[in-house]
Design a protein around this ligand. Structure first.
Ligand code: FAD
Length: 315
């Protein structure tokens, strides 16, 4: 069976959940192999994690020459791993950085590229939301090795034992790829909550909160969710831009999205409408968000959400 490469999403060798989701998707397409670009001495620990989700091989690319630079060296490294593995497809967790890596890789391999997929079938057909969420398209790469970036929460990780054979790959990074150097990087401030784009549950608040996110945050914490916000809430200074969901904010695709006091403008929907289940609380029964929801509650969020939290605690 042909190999399917999955780029490992990690922080200092700690594997993030989207990797496990992509390994699960890779199994539909062939034999999953993980590609870890990081500190070589963390390769074995990474292999221990990914082999439990079906990775037969774990290509370890030491990032000594890569980590000080932006995307181009990663694309070169992946190109060289692909040359060694001749994969049937390459799956990459979608985010701003990796979508660019994927684009550069596609040019190098002369391959078709699909970005921000929310589903990939066994025959390589992807589903994506495009043009600010106005269209949902299915697509399939017709040239070269399909390169597909996949959004977090596109599949539930399924455990499946693989060999996890660590295979070091020595890569050569050209000077041409080292043109954009990282001068400083600041880690995200720890909130104790999951990262917005990766969270399985997102609880968001809009102008309807009136600036008081207490009820939204209490529900988020009860559900182990990330907190999001509409642009109106961000523009009002109630939450920083890192919380914004929508066309000019982050795109999320969680299992559950709870929109509270958010009217459902197209620009907000563009960032959340691929969520698997959508719930809205809004005191206006005519709010456009109700056109999109699986479950809607007409009411004041400051009353409904505390009652919901109480009910969850009671169960
Ligand atoms: P409103 O539209 O004012 O809605 C507030 C809602 O709260 C209303 O439906 C009201 O009934 C309800 N409400 C009020 N009080 C309560 C209460 N106590 N309990 C329950 N419900 C209550 N928006 C984004 O969100 N993300 C983006 O990325 C984004 N990008 C944009 C890009 C462009 C180019 C443009 C032009 C706009 C963009 N917008 C974006 C703005 C977008 O058009 C809307 O203005 C915005 O989403 C509205 O935010 P809101 O729903 O919180 O506020």
């Amino acid at each position: 069976m042909a190999e399917v490469l999955v780029l490992v999403d990690h922080v200092d060798g700690v594997v993030k959940k989207p990797t496990l989701e992509l390994l699960t998707i890779a199994k539909r397409l062939g034999e999953p192999s993980a590609v870890f670009i990081g500190a070589a001495d963390k390769g074995a620990a990474v292999a221990d994690v990914v082999k439990a989700y079906g990775a037969e091989k774990v290509y370890v690319v030491d990032d000594a020459e890569i980590k000080g630079y932006l995307v181009a060296p990663k694309a070169e490294a992946l190109q060289q791993v692909a040359a060694a593995a001749s994969p049937a497809a390459i799956l990459i967790p979608a985010n701003g950085e990796t979508n660019e890596v994927a684009g550069r890789l596609a040019i190098k391999l002369g391959s078709g590229l699909l970005v921000n997929a929310v589903d990939v079938t066994a025959d390589g057909v992807t589903t994506q939301s495009v043009f600010a969420g106005n269209f949902t398209v299915t697509a399939k790469v017709s040239t070269g090795t399909p390169i597909i970036t996949v959004k977090p929460n596109s599949a539930a990780p399924v455990e499946s034992a693989g060999a996890g054979t660590v295979t070091p790959v020595a890569v050569t990074i050209s000077d041409a790829a080292k043109t954009a150097q990282i001068v400083a990087s600041q880690p995200r401030q720890a909130t104790g909550r999951p990262e917005l784009t990766e969270a399985a549950i997102v609880v968001s608040g809009g102008r309807g909160t009136g600036g008081d996110f207490t009820a939204v945050e209490a529900l988020a914490d009860e559900l182990g969710a990330a907190v999001g916000a509409s642009r109106a809430a961000v523009d009002s200074g109630w939450k920083p831009h890192t919380f914004q969901v929508g066309q000019t904010g982050k795109t999320v695709s969680p299992q559950l999205y709870v929109a509270n006091g958010i009217s459902g403008a197209i620009q907000h929907r563009a960032g959340m409408q691929t969520s698997k289940t959508i719930v809205a609380v809004n005191k206006d029964e005519e709010a456009p968000m109700f056109e999109l929801v699986d479950f809607g509650v007409v009411g004041d969020l400051h009353t409904v959400l505390p009652a919901l939290v109480e009910e969850i605690k009671r169960r």
